[in-house]
Design a protein around this ligand. Sequence first.
Ligand code: UDP
Length: 239
Amino acid sequence: MRINVLGVGFDNLTMDEAVDRGMELLRTPGSHRVVTPNPEIVEVCRENLAARQAVNGADLVLADGIGVVKGARMLGTPLKGRVPGIEFAAGLMGRMAAEGLSLYLLGAKPGVAEAAGVKLAEKYPGLRIAGTHDGYFQEDGPVIAAIRESGADCVFVCLGAPKQELWMAKCGGATGARLLCGLGGSLDIFAGVVERAPRFWSDHGLEWFYRLCREPSRAGRMLKLPLFLVHVQREKRRR
Ligand code: UDP
């Protein structure tokens, strides 16, 4: 059963369990989706029904941020821990490489997915990069066709939220890929365009603060974080 945090149902899994489930989905016929909501996305889902349906309709809903873990604990329904999307992606690529599976990278500014592909192919020998495409396209058709023709087993969809969740729900099945994972800004990190917070910050639940210092333009978006905690408090009292 999923753990409900302000209307978003999270799978209660450790990182290893999440990667195992991802691999299971990759082997199961049909098209499957993984989403990795953080508090900001939960807040978007509270206001946007289509986004909420796309997120809750995914086969795997992973708690990306420490805020979600704190929120679940405050509500009396703790999660086993956080499962950052980028670390889930790394675990999955390691396992995919061992099985010689193929990955398509969709999203980010022109050139970024390609650069990420080169780095990931080096880092995970055996992983096949089926193709790449930037995230600033106007029509879905040619992108879907390119993924389908590539024969990719898995697609990392990095268009930002809730665009990526909506895109996967609408177009995922048509790509022919078994698994689509919505991973926000991960391609920027894999390509080395953006740096991930050093371990100290993430270990102390302060990755958000590190990002805020590096990218002050995110301040508006980050106001959703305290708002999320206010809503969790309110929900706690209501329950
Ligand atoms: N992006 C995209 N197409 C768009 C809007 C955004 O490909 O129409 C990309 C953007 O270039 C960035 C990613 O989506 O690589 C979103 O990154 P952000 O840091 O906002 O995501 P987060 O990790 O915070 O969810």
